[in-house]
Design a protein around this ligand. Structure first.
Ligand code: ADE
Length: 230
């Protein structure tokens, strides 16, 4: 897998890959990343990439020419535009996109990107939540991280992918480690006894309770699905 970040601010993205699991995956060549700066494609004297909005309105809009020329280079890539008006990005999208060979994330700054660029090049438009960020770099990183951990070999332990939240539409059960009592609070005693059937049953009960509390809509969906599957 190759990730390309089309951004005016590569340094905002770079730091994320310098540590931890993703650093190890990079070193093992499980994926690679590179940058493309639209300014390098600006066909004007001052390498300008933005202009005032047609029809007026606050702020500057990224103009079509530099992005058209930059994105035309990418054949056979999946081109993603992070935007608050996109489809909500989900775990299913992360799993699906982990099978692609090359993903290009196009980060807008200023008030956005001229819509013709989006029309011409976007394969998918994604939002990472109902709030507005100052640019697409953080959403691009959020999506890359979620995608990268679904690439074979990136996580040391594949089982962690199977039990985590959104895999079964129930939220993942809470985790505990030693000591058994901390600050007067105990690890559920079944977790300490080693009876795997009982541990699985307790985890399921805790998952259900957590989903009921934090995501009641998701529990209804889960129940409908499992009833239907029976
Ligand atoms: N760009 C700005 N805000 C965003 C959001 N919530 N999701 C994706 N891209 C964005």
């Amino acid at each position: 897998m190759r990730f390309t970040y089309v951004t005016l601010f590569p340094q905002l993205v770079e730091g994320y890959f310098q540590d931890s699991i993703l650093k190890r995956a990079l070193q093992s060549a499980l994926f690679s990343y590179d940058f493309c700066d639209p300014r390098d494609y600006a066909a004007n004297k001052h390498n300008k990439v933005d202009d005032t909005a047609a029809g007026g309105g606050a702020g500057m809009v990224m103009m079509p020419q530099p992005l058209y020329d930059a994105l035309s280079r990418f054949d056979n890539a999946t081109i993603i535009f992070p935007t608050p008006v996109g489809k909500p990005f989900t775990q299913n999208d992360a799993k699906r996109l982990a099978k692609k060979k090359h993903i290009v994330f196009v980060s807008g700054r200023y008030e956005g990107i001229d819509e013709r660029v989006v029309e011409r090049f976007a394969d998918e438009l994604f939002s990472i939540g109902d709030y507005v960020l100052t640019g697409g770099e953080l959403p691009s990183l959020v999506m890359s991280d979620a995608i990268a951990r679904n690439i074979d070999g990136v996580l040391g332990n594949r089982d962690s992918l199977l039990t985590e939240s959104f895999e079964t539409s129930l939220l993942e059960a809470p985790s505990f480690t030693k000591p058994a009592i901390y600050d007067g609070l105990t690890t559920p005693s079944e977790f300490l006894k080693g009876n795997h059937n009982k541990i699985t049953a307790l985890k399921f009960a805790l998952s259900t309770a957590k989903t009921q509390y934090f995501r009641p809509g998701q529990l209804i969906q889960h129940n409908k699905r499992t009833t239907y599957e029976k």
